[in-house]
Design a protein around this ligand. Sequence first.
Ligand SMILES: [Zn+2]
Length: 269
Amino acid sequence: MKKKRHRMKWALAASLLLALLPGWGGGMPGATTVAVKAADDPATGKQVAIVIDDFGNNMGGTELILGLPIPLTAAVMPFMPTTERDAEMAHKAGHDVIVHMPMEPLRGKRSWLGPGAVMTDQTDEQIRDTVGKAIDSVPHAIGMNNHMGSKATSDPRVMRIVLEVCKERGLFFFDSRTNYRSVIGQIGAELGVPVVENHIFLDDIASQAHVKKQLRKIVAHLSGEERCVAIGHVGITGKNTGEALRDSIPELQKQFTFVKLATFLPNVQ
Ligand SMILES: [Zn+2]
């Protein structure tokens, strides 16, 4: 079991990013212990929600990122070795927790998905059961997003069941928009499940310079918009993403307010 978990951890990490970290060295030590800034304490009216994916397997950067002095939304995988610990840690730190639901991709190994994935060959009842159990396994979950899922998120039968369960359990859905054929927005609207969409990927390339470049893209996005959502990851790039964020927070807070994703839901807060 231990061996299997170990393999899974590495397979998951490898599925996120293939590149290794360059030696970026340095960084600013000792700037991480500021209290979380309240969402209603804006430097401007502009708001940014950062979602961090892939918690639940003691991945790289977990504690660093959960300790950042901004409100975050932590997407925690179900049924993993540190699912409960990471969800509790995020909740205690004042972050929101959502279920990072493994879903069948078009390509990639089954092992990258982790346990309890939604597969398109499952029956309606199996999908319903899988999603319900995943929600039960992640404490404090108020929403859901997909881990992988390029195949499942374009399947209307599958997504209708996933979103029905979200509705029954009072969860919103966050569409990472990794799949342009995603039916999440359309079916979510039909069922009345709030759906929030992603705008920017922070760490699709594993370097601090890239993360900082993507953070500047948030500022550019806000020149014409009031809100922005960006995704980062724990894992191979976790430390990288955490340190780039940590170093950039003071400057970014002069330009917008960090909020939790739920702030962007209709009729919430
Ligand atoms: Zn993921």
